[in-house]
Design a protein around this ligand. Sequence first.
Ligand code: PEP
Ligand code: MG
Length: 369
Amino acid sequence: TEALVNSVHRILTHADSRRRLDVRTNADTPEDSARARRFGAHGIGLCRTEHMFLGDRRQLVEKLILAEGDDDRQAALDGLAPLQKQDFVEIFEAMDGLPVTVRLLDPPLHEFLPDLTDLSVRVAVAEAEGHPDEANLRLLAAVRRLHEQNPMLGLRGVRLGLVVPGLFAMQVRAIVEAACERKKAGGDPRPEIMIPLVGAVQELEAIREETEQVIASVCEEHGAEIRPLIGTMIEVPRAALTAAEIAHSAEFFSFGTNDLTQMTWGFSRDDVEAAFFHAYLDKGIFGISPFESLDLDGVGRLVRVAAREGREARPELKLGICGEHGGDPESVHFFHEVGLDYVSCSPFRVPVARLEAGRAALGAESVGS
Ligand code: PEP
Ligand code: MG
């Protein structure tokens, strides 16, 4: 095994010396960050902050959902702020000296709301027993109010940032405070801030302005200088088609090919594979799920157009991809060819992405083909 490990190491080192694509990782815990770094990841391309709002923090999220008025909402955000900050302190430590792209909150709402049936039953039981449960009644009303038929196309990402005052500002403050403190302690934090689900430059501009204000005031309070790049996911077809305008407000694009595939084909990411993909595969409509290997003619074309037009508008625009395709061998060759700067994939796929990025630079076919 030692000989095998050594030869894999040699091959990957050779690939690293040739590749033009950087390889980052998708990670939102310090453990995953450290693991990916050992696998050779050069930073984080996607830190999904919604994962930080689950578990025992759900109660604080419920408080936010239930908030009536500014004071209530601010109290809920104040409860979440120190926990968010601690998350980033640990991730910046694990990725010291390397870029960490933190994506602001992008949950499909249903993942956070308590289950409607469950809650209705609890309320009904309490009522039947003659002691109505006021807290759950209020929660039930809020859940009904927020219920969506298509949560994946609903109140997510930038839309949430625009309708919940203070939410994104709380996250940006946590990122920049964590970075300022680390820098003052001699570290080298390199945060980048990413806005999800943008479809129009106006959405990005509104959030960008707020973000820049928060960065400036935190830096002043801490007497430290942190200048995170501010960029956007390109995962809504309209964003790809208006890339030139969006590039005026974005220092980087990161292609979210999971949502871009969903919205370009009109397939639901959550349902479709079980529902009818086998028929599509049987009938040869495609040979492999477009969620696994990038659909070059449709989704790929959008990536190509957005990369080209974005760079024409802003030549120094940084380009990456953080959908699942970032670790898929054939897709990596395409991203190399389109001229992206980096791919970002789950920690265990980092070595494969390094290898394929090297092979792409050498003009070799992908391992998978
Ligand atoms: C994507 O849509 O490709 C993406 C990376 O974001 P998420 O999977 O979290 O929606
Ligand atoms: Mg997405």
